[in-house]
Design a protein around this ligand. Structure first.
Ligand code: F6P
Ligand code: MN
Length: 352
């Protein structure tokens, strides 16, 4: 297994060529430290203490008012400590209201979702850690949150660890995506594949269909047409999957294709969907583009969005390019016209 190379050899290869030396070194250092934290977390997830559940509520709430679980707080402590050790300049976490300045001499800013998919902790389904690395900018020195007012296009690296049947790392430095798997005998991440591409042909979609009545008509129509299968305008049957951890639903798409949607909807507080731009949509969008796919907010590219606040949400449509583009057509054609409007017929022309 080791003959494929490890995270260390990947970080010492030319993956960061083109990034200024100091930033390249800082990115490599941050990922090395995060891998250590991920190893500790994966051990804890695989063999939790026998007393109490890791998914039990900790009695506190995160930046968005979500109840925090014990494991959310453990993950926060592990990754914050790792990134402090790595000497990153600015730090932003889903679990903490305010961004922090860790090291004024640091040259990178890291946004992180330390424990993604926390509703899956106690059901033994995959959960993960998502990260996004930007160059530090001077504005962030006086006000750390300002370090994150950069479009996702500026990311130097991004990725996620997933704690599932395997603990894996999916990462990009802007030259394709790499898949590494933890060898738990040696504690090292082993490179399995570089240049992973999202397979184009996959009739599979991921969406939380219980929100159907809240969705915009464009999304309802897109899903209606998938559900109609071979009898509808798409002329083929679709399958649906929804793990409920962004890392797991994304991982599946990187491995076997399809599309993921978390649109904005009519529920109060969900106008911009559920996912956060800085540490969920941006890193997943960077990975998607680097694997030949695409990611939008339904219409516009996620990576072009200039953030206005650290914890802002954004609708996310991610997956193979043709499918993401098709959803865009539905948004453009059907919002605001109703499904009975004449434009409705146009969708019949859009086929895979
Ligand atoms: O971090 C938010 C998150 O848990 C994602 O991992 C996941 O994709 C989504 O929320 C699931 O949301 P819902 O519970 O609304 O289906
Ligand atoms: Mn999350």
């Amino acid at each position: 297994m080791e003959s494929h190379g490890t995270l260390e050899t990947l970080l010492n290869s030319d993956v960061l060529s083109g990034t200024p030396d100091a930033a390249a070194e800082a990115v490599a250092g941050a990922i090395t430290q995060m891998a250590e934290a991920a190893l500790s977390l994966s051990v804890l997830v695989a063999t939790p203490p026998l007393h109490g559940r890791l998914g039990a509520h900790a009695g506190s709430a995160n930046s968005d008012g979500d109840g925090q679980k014990k494991l959310d707080l453990i993950a926060e402590d592990l990754f914050a400590a790792a990134l402090r050790r790595a000497g990153v300049a600015a730090y932003l976490s889903e679990e903490v209201e305010e961004a922090s300045l860790f090291d004024a001499k640091g040259v990178i800013a890291v946004a992180i979702d330390p424990l993604d998919g926390s509703s899956n902790i106690d059901v033994n389904a995959p959960i993960g850690t998502i990260f996004s690395i930007f160059p530090m900018i001077p504005e962030g020195l006086a006000e750390p949150a300002h370090a994150f007012r950069q479009p996702g296009r500026n990311q130097l690296a991004a990725g996620f660890f997933i704690y599932g049947p395997q603990t894996s790392l999916v990462v990009t430095f802007g030259k394709g995506i790499h898949l590494l798997v933890l060898n738990d005998k040696t504690g090292t991440f082993v490179l399995v594949e570089s240049g992973v591409t999202i397979p184009a042909e996959q009739a599979e979609y991921a969406i939380n269909a219980s929100n159907y009545r809240h969705w915009p008509e464009s999304v309802q129509s897109y899903i209606d047409d998938c559900v109609k299968g071979a009898d509808g305008p798409r002329g083929r049957n679709f399958n649906m999957r929804w793990v409920g951890s962004l890392v797991a639903d994304s991982y599946r798409i990187f491995m076997r294709g399809g599309i993921f949607l978390y649109p904005g909807d009519k529920r109060p507080g969900y106008e911009q969907g559920r996912l956060r731009l800085m540490y969920e949509a941006n890193p997943i969008a960077f990975l998607a583009e680097q694997s030949g796919g695409a990611a939008t907010d339904g219409v516009d590219n996620i990576l072009d969005r200039v953030p206005h606040s650290p914890h802002q949400r954004v609708p996310l449509v991610m997956g193979s390019t043709d499918k993401v583009e098709r959803v865009r057509q539905y948004y453009l054609d059907l919002s605001p016209p109703t499904r009975d409007a004449p434009l409705f017929g146009r969708r019949g022309l859009l086929r895979d």
